[in-house]
Design a protein around this ligand. Structure first.
Ligand code: SF4
Length: 328
């Protein structure tokens, strides 16, 4: 009896996150360096997609926080062909970061929202550049189907393919407030359709959404840990100018994270997360000229250092409070 109980209790000893660093969370950047033996840089392209929440198939207004202009990098020129954008981006980023290998990042709007033939043309233009080793494709969970996944599965035999599904929240009530026009179940279905096919799955969650309590945010870490996702991006809510959320906030302000409060919540979140999930982001950044709030006056590297220090202070690490579903 005693043996059975022991075998069901996960050791709480702090794991070493495999990639030879002292970090207290499983950082994608460390994993990527270990996997590829060098820095791999993402090069963003804008393929001119829209999304069903913009073109009227589901809605015209978009998600309340959406302002894609705020994250188009300076070298990205949407008018150019994908091949041209990739070449320009690779040249710019090689000079800046001395990188040799790149992943084409289809970032703006919903990058699987087109007929398969069109997607093939765009993705294969990017992959034809000799320094591109794979694709990272950001999309909505309701913009994928078996035909597209089968094609990506085929690409994944030769390239490093990641699909990024925005979840944002696990609560349908929150998703409705954000006007996401999809449910959490649709995210679950997309993840299940993609899993086990050689395609890496990333997802995206926002902390501090209006109406969500700290307990709900922490529960999010536990729930998404039960699904076969490889990578995770987490960040705090930004209220960006020229969005519906900005208008709502200016009319009736709602609480935004104070800095210390975010450090507290994000470190608690990380502790509940499956330690196998590689973290791609723990904080976001919007250029101050686009941002209504919160204004912390700190850049990402400083915030990441403070998150590390906070984990250290609490003697905490990713997965310290994690129990996988097989044990529940
Ligand atoms: S799904 Fe993405 S691109 Fe479409 S409205 Fe929402 S945030 Fe914007």
């Amino acid at each position: 009896m005693q043996t059975t109980i022991k075998s069901r209790v996960r050791t709480k000893a702090r794991p070493v996150f495999h990639w030879g660093t002292a970090r207290r969370y499983n950082a994608f950047v460390d994993y990527s360096k270990a996997r590829f033996g060098e820095r791999v840089q993402k090069v963003s392209v804008d393929a001119g997609f829209t999304c069903p929440n913009r073109d009227g198939s589901k809605g015209y207004a978009g998600c309340t926080y959406c302002n894609n202009v705020s994250f188009v990098p300076p070298y990205c020129q949407p008018g150019m062909s994908i091949a041209g954008q990739v070449s320009a981006g690779v040249e710019y980023l090689s000079r800046r970061y001395n990188a040799q290998k790149f992943i084409a990042y289809f970032q703006a709007y919903s990058n699987t929202y087109a007929p398969l033939e069109h997607l093939q043309n765009l993705y294969e233009q990017a992959l034809s550049h000799p320094q591109i080793i794979g694709l990272s494709i950001g999309t909505r969970p309701d913009c994928i189907d078996e035909e597209k996944i089968a094609y990506l599965e085929e690409l994944a035999r030769d390239y490093y393919i990641t699909i990024e599904y925005g979840a944002e929240s696990i609560y349908n009530q929150t998703l409705a407030k954000l006007n996401r026009q999809h449910t959490f179940q649709e995210w679950v279905d997309a993840v299940r359709l993609t899993a086990g096919r050689g395609i890496h799955i990333s997802t995206h969650v926002i902390l501090g959404l209006p109406g969500e309590s700290t307990e709900q945010m922490l529960r999010t870490a536990e729930v998404i840990s039960d699904y076969p996702i490889d990578y995770l991006k987490v960040h705090h809510l930004h209220v960006v100018k020229k969005t519906i959320l900005a208008a709502q906030y200016l009319k009736e302000p709602f609480p935004l994270f104070e800095y210390r409060q975010y450090l507290h919540v994000v470190t608690a979140f990380v502790q509940r997360l499956n330690p196998d999930i590689k973290i791609q982001r723990l904080v976001g950044e919007t250029h101050p000229r686009h941002l209504i709030g919160p204004h912390w006056g700190l850049r990402v590297p400083t915030i990441l250092r403070h998150i590390e220090e906070e984990l250290q202070k609490q003697d905490a690490w990713q997965g310290k409070l994690y129990h996988d579903s097989h044990w529940k």
